[in-house]
Design a protein around this ligand. Structure first.
Ligand SMILES: *Cc1c(COP(=O)(O)O)cnc(C)c1O
Length: 497
């Protein structure tokens, strides 16, 4: 199976590359995102077969449909290690039934207690194999700028992976105390973490500058490495996310809540549009899905887009209690536009977006989107009320992101009268955002970020996940704080170590 760009499918810029090449390269040569030339099919027989398999075998089966240059045995080995009980105690993607027609898919039982682990535990293994498959002699050097969750999940995923090094930059004044501790105490022989004075944009711009610097690339080349990225525009991050939607459908069949062929609805708390797009791919392959609820927080650019067909990023940016969804450019939406509207129009919209911050899709695209997607959002007080209501009515503790998803899902159900089963994706452990969750439940503020998990555990009796327990007692490995101008020097120094 070949991969082509969302902006020039079959065009001159790229005639199609292997999956290994797409994963190694990240972004297509024309600035577009890689997509498979055609989507593989998921048959009813496939689903019947998958129902009987454990998660890692489901994962290998689904991923193999996309990565045709990887053998099934290679993928089985990678998935067995990535989704082991040691890494995901409690299973990688368990379902929790919370009401008569709502199931929650918990994706945060991995090493960093957020759903990014689902992709970042397996993607580094795919990259490591991609180096061998493409005859690459150099090692990959992953650069990440993070506002919190991605950095830690990437560090855990890439630690001690063969032929890969990783450097994470975080803004010294832009991440929570817990997130800072999680990164500063990271273990692994090939990892590096560095704080940058300034905010997230300073760190992000610094990383972008290094990626665009040809002189830096030549120096790194001489040191035997090349730069690569771990963010969610990489196909290697997206394809493992398709798996858990198919797996959840199988679990619902096994539980007897649906029968094979029944349509379900799926609600996803959305930021960069990666997670919900993975659900759409599962549908496009053949999974019976009636509708997708795209749930946003106060940064409701996607809600407006699905209502009007206009994507307009010229607006206020809000900092919310669901920070992983505080995004104004949802990069993976480009892939949906490509599937529905084709590469020519996608390229045009993306050009308009970068030049004016705005584009309006044609009415045929808008109609197609309306058939499958409902946009919805909730504000800060509704998010907090949802956390409290779900805890009190269903005895179930959720984080701030999941609360946005559940709020929008329940509102969709109430307004539409749709009785299909609703699968709501839960993207983080409530303990990852303990201060906000504690405040939502009790109306009181926790003493501080470090004390909040303990206070929340005492109030609810719900256990703190192992990866978040006792991090204040772990030895600090990384204390460096640098100016944005010194980021390149840090990268080059680290490359030669
Ligand atoms: C990254 C993240 C999201 C958003 O996922 P996208 O794939 O970017 O839409 C939602 N919740 C949490 C906790 C996250 O870390």
């Amino acid at each position: 199976m070949k991969y082509i760009s969302t902006r020039s499918a079959g065009g001159a810029a790229e005639s199609g590359v292997s999956a290994a090449q797409a994963i190694k390269q990240g972004l297509a040569g024309d600035g577009g995102l890689f997509m498979p030339e055609e989507l593989p099919e998921l048959s009813e027989d496939d689903l019947i077969k998958l129902c009987k398999l454990p998660y890692y075998e489901r994962a290998a089966f689904v991923i193999a449909k996309f990565l045709s240059d990887y053998t099934h045995d290679e993928l089985l080995e990678d998935c067995r290690e990535a989704y082991s009980d040691a890494r995901f105690p409690g299973g990688p993607a368990p379902l929790k039934n919370i009401s008569s027609n709502i199931d929650v898919l918990e994706l945060w039982h991995g090493p960093t207690a957020a759903f990014k682990d689902m992709a970042l535990q397996v993607m580094p293994r795919l990259l490591s194999r991609a180096l061998a498959k493409t005859g690459e002699k150099r090692d990959a050097y992953i650069l990440v700028a993070t506002s919190g969750d991605t950095g830690k999940a990437a560090l855990e995923g890439y630690r001690d992976v063969d032929r890969v090094k990783i450097m994470v930059f975080y803004p010294v004044s832009g991440v929570s105390t817990i997130q800072k501790l999680q990164m500063a105490t990271q273990e692994g022989s090939n990892v590096n973490v560095c704080a940058v004075s300034g905010n997230f944009d300073d760190a992000q711009n610094g990383v972008k500058r290094i990626f665009a610097d040809r002189d830096a690339a030549a120096k790194l080349d001489a040191q035997g490495c090349f730069l690569s990225s771990a963010n969610s525009i990489n196909w290697g991050r997206l394809v493992p996310q398709v798996v858990y939607y198919i797996s959840a459908y199988c679990d619902m069949i096994n539980n007897g809540t649906i029968i094979l062929g029944d349509e379900i609805n799926i609600a996803v708390p959305t930021g960069n549009f990666g997670n919900i797009f993975a659900a759409y791919i599962a549908y496009a392959m053949g999974l019976p899905v009636h509708r997708f609820v795209c749930a946003s927080n106060r940064n409701n650019i996607l809600t407006n887009f699905f209502e009007t067909g206009i994507y307009d990023r010229n607006r206020m940016f809000y900092t919310t209690m669901s920070p992983s969804m505080d995004i104004l450019i949802s990069s993976n939406l480009e892939r949906l536009l490509y599937l529905i509207g084709g590469s020519e129009r996608t390229a045009l919209y993306m050009k308009q977006l970068s030049e004016t911050g705005l584009y309006a899709v044609d009415s045929d695209i808008r109609e197609q989107l309306e058939l499958k997607f409902s946009g919805a959002f909730c504000d800060e007080s509704e998010t907090a009320l949802t956390i409290k209501m779900i805890y009190e009515n269903y005895n179930y503790l959720i984080d701030t992101h999941t609360a946005v998803g559940l709020n929008c899902a329940m509102r969709y159900n109430a307004i539409s009268g749709d009785k299909r089963r609703m699968l709501v994706v839960s993207t983080a452990s409530p303990y990852k955002f303990a201060s906000s969750v504690y405040a939502a439940l009790t109306g009181n503020t926790a003493d501080d970020d470090i004390a909040a998990p303990g206070m929340l555990a005492e109030y609810t009796g719900v256990e703190i996940p192992a990866p978040l327990r006792g991090i204040e007692d772990r030895p600090i490995r990384f204390r460096t704080v640098i100016e944005p101008a010194d980021m390149l020097r840090e990268v080059l120094t680290n490359a030669s170590e």
